[in-house]
Design a protein around this ligand. Structure first.
Ligand SMILES: [Zn+2]
Length: 300
């Protein structure tokens, strides 16, 4: 009996050591000045965003170096948004196949979206008028690097990017109470708001690219258009992520309100310190206004 118990204890210890090695998580929530280590990244994600933590853990289990997304001088909490964004791409790839991508839906679930024929997003990108060529236009659809997914995988690459921006922003936003607890400086709040504003703009940009992709396909590539339109998993997944993303943007504006910062034109200002930062309101509104046109509404 005793021998068996000792064996059991030994087995448990071995398991703990094994798991501990694969996913090291320190129990305490790391301080705001804590070093960027795997265990601190996971502990922070675990404490504030279970989905972000799951995506990061999934990557660690596959031996990925998640810390590569924290550039020199980037603090632990600042890099969480980008870390989750990039590992969301990795997750999509790892759970996809040669003819499908896995789109993360939350609660440790994903959906496989099969690819249908596409045309390069670049072609659609060139039709975007100058006034709507915002921050991400050049990188993703205007002048993309060779083989970039948002270009060569067409609308499926755009959905992938849309989703990664959603989950990255989800992680970043979730740190609101962490920054509050840690009495973040005005400068740190500016970084936080800047992250949220970036995500919010990405919502409008990628929603617009996806709609415009379909509009262009309808005119120039009717067979491709039909293939995508009849791909139920694509249509439903886009609608699902879009809804969640729109709600998340509202949450972001609520946080700005709660902080007591004021939005005026493109700017978000702290009435106490007088500091202000650009939150791209003009770009955001122009894109939203464009999407309210009948030609896009009909597509939806
Ligand atoms: Zn990305």
């Amino acid at each position: 009996m005793r021998k068996r118990m000792i064996r059991m204890v030994g087995l448990c210890l071995a398991l703990i050591l094994l798991l501990g090695q694969a996913v090291p998580v320190s129990a305490a929530v790391p301080k705001i000045s804590a070093a960027v280590t795997r265990s601190n990244v996971l502990a922070l994600a675990n404490a504030y965003d279970k989905d972000g933590a799951y995506l990061l853990k999934s990557s660690l289990m596959k031996g990925r170096n998640i810390l590569e997304w924290w550039g020199t001088g980037t603090s632990l909490w600042e890099g969480m948004d980008t870390g989750v964004h990039e590992e969301c791409h990795a997750y999509s790839f790892m759970n996809g196949s040669y003819n499908s991508e896995a789109i993360y839906l939350g609660n440790q679930k994903y959906i496989r979206v099969s690819y249908t024929d596409v045309y390069p997003s670049r072609k659609m990108g060139m039709t975007i008028p100058q006034r709507l060529r915002t921050f991400r236009w050049s990188t993703y659809v205007g002048n993309p690097e060779p083989n970039l997914a948002s270009d060569v995988q067409g609308v499926y690459g755009l959905l992938n990017e849309f989703t990664a921006y959603y989950w990255g922003m989800h992680m970043g936003l979730s740190l609101y109470s962490y920054l509050r607890k840690n009495k973040a400086s005005t400068w740190e709040w500016m970084t936080y708001i800047n992250g949220g504003a970036n995500g919010r703009l990405a919502y409008a940009e990628f929603k617009y690219y996806i709609l415009n992709y379909m509009y262009y396909a309808k005119q120039h590539y009717p067979a491709i258009y039909r293939g995508i339109k009849n791909n139920r998993n694509f249509v439903n997944t886009y609608a699902y992520i879009e809804k969640k993303f729109a709600a998340q943007n509202k949450k972001f504006l609520n946080y700005i309100n709660k902080l007591g910062w004021k939005i005026s034109g493109d700017w978000c200002c702290d009435p106490v310190s007088g500091y202000r930062l650009n939150i791209y309101q003009g770009d955001y509104r122009r894109l939203v206004k464009e999407m309210s046109k009948k030609k896009y509404k009909n597509l939806l």
